[in-house]
Ligand binder design. Structure first.
Ligand code: ADP
Length: 861
């Protein structure tokens, strides 16, 4: 057995091996150790290998799915080795000692899941493949649960951004690729050949050329080849649902790099997970498929005005008709996830319940179409979707006739094909029904014949049907001419058979077996019918998801009184009374009101420098405007009273290093790498938010960098930019940069306390509120008092040296001033230490004292 195990383990190629033994999947050696730890199950041992016990653990087959889910979540891949023959077959083949043949039937990995129990309904599950062909990278991605496949090409440095947008759960790359992104799974290099990719896709779709699907470059095809080869490998030859590949044009969506996505918390919050993200704050989708599409939309907002406006028109239409929207959302909520049901059916892992979901979902889709088609003033975007909602008449009719109302997930017991669909099957069922009734009648007859009222006809898996009487009544049935034959004596009961019972039982078994086989055959036919319509079904699912997303945006807009943004080609951004959807939602339960703020960036006033106290609302203002751009270009309404959004090609968000500390990133270096990316990539059509850039280093450096970055953004990149900073020295940039203006978040000191108004106002910040904020934060009074004294001294020093007015060159900065003082003290200390007091004459001692006094006086301000 170990030889067989080790051979399979070698085939498993680094995956954990689930080795089927009877009712269990067993794991051995290191696999067992890993699984026992992840699953928190007992580690035992079995036999010996090279003289040491073999570690072993196992999970029951019937509950394997939940264990698999936990292993996959822990980042493992699992190969499933099943018994591929029965013990009887094995004996027939190789004698009484023969080992049952086993084979790996499937690889279960994070990116190749289709099982409902292993997937999150509202989250897409992407598998990606990345490779490089002559200096360009191909990125292929697929949601295996629905078959949607996208191919794209980019420059090698942009792979990280593409992967951040897709957020795949598994990435495969060619082995020995030195530039592979970290954490990827290496696969054979030959799989990533562009010719091979072309072949594989043509074969999968049964077409002679891919031209009908779009134009695909060599890097795209190479990545697709690696992707499909991996799917073939994982499914052991069975491919999951593959929809025609879609080529993604890199300019077609708002470009955002990984750092921007993370800092804006678009689909995931900084703590990981959906809660606290923009997605969570806007998601009012009624279906899982809608929620998945919404996440997709927010991850890749559009850059085409007409396409955005088409989405808006549908949102607007549903926004204006609350009754229609409510009806529609109710209908959508009842929809099963047909995209995923189809995915399971095509992958050969479908159940009668999945067929039932298609029947119900497609029927509902038609109803929704009819309802929408009756409405007036339908927007064009809806007109384009309506045809996709219908057209499955023949399939839904077939499924409606064939299936019971609520088909089961298991096929083993049958019972899912409806009565009246197949006369032969009905006959078989009638036969077993009549035999069952005959057996019931037989029980009554035997009770009467034997006079044993406690006689029962029972059934179990081992004996089949049998007659049972209490032991004290057994004698009557034991008599040779009684017509009963003894089968088993139990404690207190004795079991018998009879010829008539045997005959009836055989009738049931035979009819039942035939009925099961008949149902199985119907299942296969129905699955084949459904699979034949896969592309049309996928289109229906996609259209429903699109309508759901529009209804979600409309609902969210109505809830929060959001506005439909005007989309402009020129690079401006005018937001009236804008709000931050996530912060606003967080404030509501505390009974606090969000203060709405305006933003008005135009080519001649494109850089806003925003000062004011910490906690005053600068970051919030910056981000809310970036989020509004994302929502607007995704086709949604935005949290503002009015909005005009000039299309953006790229969006950047950078947070000064110290703000990021909590996330454990190496600070200043990261900040500068990210800033460099902005300066090299932002265009006049881009929108950039910079939050306290330069904070991660000493004051002088930081101010100097912030100054230079702001200037470069203004002069060279010429993008729209909101720049929050606590360096009021930067205000002087307004004198030289004509498209830069000064703003601040307002605060007021009231009875010694600081009141943050969270309100944006024109002009530079009047002063620094650091000490008031420290006080607000609970820094002890003596420390605050001391800080005030130090501040007064520092400010005096600044005033005397000419301070700010003298220009940037001799800005006396807090830390710098303190540093000079510290250096002087050090020098003094060194001198004191160097004096050998005992060796001094009284006269020398007095001289030294005068000298020291002079030195101190010289350095006094
Ligand atoms: P800063 O960047 O100026 O340090 P933040 O933007 O981080 O300040 O805001 C600090 C806190 O103030 C937020 O967590 C939020 O609770 C509150 N806040 C910010 N902006 C507003 C606003 N416009 N209305 C109400 N509360 C706000």
């Amino acid at each position: 057995m170990m030889a067989q195990y080790l051979a399979l383990k070698a085939q498993a190629g680094g995956c954990l091996l689930f080795y089927r033994m009877g009712d269990f999947f067993e794991l051995f050696f290191d696999d067992a150790r890993v699984a026992a730890q992840v699953l928190d199950i007992a580690l035992t041992s079995r036999g010996e290998h090279d003289g040491t016990p073999i570690p072993m653990c196992g999970v029951p087959v019937h509950s394997a799915e939940s264990y698999l889910a936990r292993l996959i979540r822990a980042g493992q891949r699992v190969a499933i080795a099943e018994q591929v023959e029965t013990p009887q077959e094995a004996r027939k083949r190789g004698g009484s000692k023969a080992l049952v043949a086993r084979d790996i039937v499937r690889f279960v990995t994070a990116g190749t899941l289709t099982e409902e129990a292993l997937l999150e309904p509202r989250r897409a599950n992407l598998l990606a493949a990345v490779c490089e062909v002559r200096g360009r990278c191909g990125v292929a991605s697929i949601d295996v649960s629905t078959g949607a496949m996208v191919l794209e090409e980019c420059a090698p440095p942009d792979v990280a951004a593409a992967l951040a947008r897709l957020a795949p759960t598994e990435v495969v790359v060619p082995e020995e690729w030195p530039d592979a992104p970290p954490g990827c799974f290496p696969r054979p290099r030959v799989d990533f050949a562009s010719d091979g990719g072309d072949d594989r896709l043509r074969k999968a779709h049964g077409v002679a050329t891919l031209d009908g699907f779009g134009t695909f470059t060599r890097p795209m095809l190479a990545a697709a080849g690696g992707l499909v080869a991996y799917l073939e490998h994982a499914g052991r030859g069975t491919l999951p649902l593959l929809l025609p590949p879609v080529a993604r044009d890199s300019g077609g969506s708002l470009a955002m790099d990984a750092a921007t996505r993370a800092s804006l918390e678009i689909t995931e919050s900084a703590h990981g997970g959906r809660a606290g993200s923009l997605l969570a704050a806007v998601d009012r989708c009624s279906t899982g498929a809608g929620a998945r599409l919404l996440a997709d939309d927010l991850a890749a907002p559009l850059t085409d005005k007409a396409a955005i406006e088409a989405r808006q028109s549908l949102v607007g239409w549903l926004h204006d008709d609350a009754l229609l929207r409510s009806d529609l959302r109710t209908a959508l909520r009842a929809l099963p996830d047909i995209a995923r049901a189809l995915g399971r059916l095509v992958a050969g892992r479908g159940s009668p319940r999945d067929l039932g979901q298609l029947r119900d979902g497609l029927t509902d889709a038609r109803r929704i179409r009819d309802h929408l088609a009756r409405q007036d003033d339908r927007p064009e975007a809806l007109q384009a979707l309506l045809p996709d909602l219908g057209g499955h008449g023949a399939l839904t009719d077939l499924l409606s006739r064939a299936l019971v109302p609520a088909p089961p997930t298991e096929r083993g017991q049958g019972g899912y094909i409806a009565e009246g669909y197949d006369a032969g099957l009905d006959d078989l069922r009638r036969t077993s029904g009549s035999a069952r009734r005959a057996i019931a009648a037989l029980e009554a007859k035997y009770r009467a014949d034997t006079g044993v009222a406690a006689l029962k006809i029972r059934h179990n898996g081992v004996l089949g049907y049998f007659i049972e009487v209490p032991a004290r009544h057994a004698d009557a049935l034991m008599a040779p001419d009684s017509g009963f034959t003894h089968r088993q004596t139990m404690a207190g009961a004795v079991r018998f058979n009879s010829l008539v019972l045997h005959e009836e039982a055989s009738r049931i078994a035979e009819a039942g077996g035939h009925a099961l086989a008949a149902e199985e055959a119907h299942f296969e036919e129905l699955v084949a019918e459904a699979c034949a319509a896969r592309e049309a079904i996928a289109r229906t699912a996609a259209a429903l998801a699109r309508i759901d997303v529009a209804a979600s945006h409309a609902e969210r807009a109505a809830e929060g009184r959001w506005a439909r943004p005007a989309i402009l080609e020129q690079p401006s951004l005018r937001i009236e009374a804008g709000r931050h959807p996530v912060v606003e939602e967080a404030l509501a339960p505390r009974g606090e009101r969000f203060v709405a703020n305006d933003c008005a960036l135009d080519p001649d006033d494109r850089l806003w420098l925003i000062g004011g106290p910490n906690m005053g609302g600068k970051s919030t203002f910056l981000r809310q405007n970036a989020l509004i751009v994302i929502l607007a270009q995704a086709g949604a309404f935005v949290p503002a009273a009015r909005a005009e959004v000039g299309l953006c090609d790229r969006l950047f968000s950078r947070v000064g290093a110290s703000d990021n500390l909590a996330r454990g990133q190496s600070t200043f270096m990261v900040e500068m790498v990210e800033t460099a990316a902005i300066l090299s990539q932002a265009t006049p059509r881009s929108f950039v938010i910079l939050d306290e850039v330069g904070r991660g280093t000493s004051t002088y450096d930081g101010l100097a960098l912030a100054w230079a970055v702001a200037e470069a953004v203004h002069e060279t990149n010429r993008c729209r930019c909101l720049f929050a900073t606590h360096y009021h020295e930067l205000a002087r940039l307004a004198e030289t940069c004509d498209a830069l203006s000064l703003h601040h978040v307002r605060a007021r000191e009231w009875k010694g306390d600081l009141v943050l108004l969270h309100e944006l106002a024109q002009g530079p910040a009047d002063r620094s509120y650091g000490l008031s904020v420290a006080r607000l934060a609970g820094v002890p009074q003596p420390v605050i008092a001391r800080a005030r004294a130090v501040l007064a001294k520092l400010e005096k020093g600044r005033a005397e040296t000419g301070g700010l007015a003298a220009g940037l060159g001799d800005l006396p900065l807090f830390a710098a001033a303190a540093q000079v003082e510290e250096e002087q003290c050090d020098a003094l200390r060194d001198r004191l230490r160097a004096i050998d007091i005992d060796a001094l004459s009284p006269r020398e001692a007095l001289d030294t004292l005068y000298e020291l006094r002079r030195e101190v006086a010289a350095s006094d301000p």
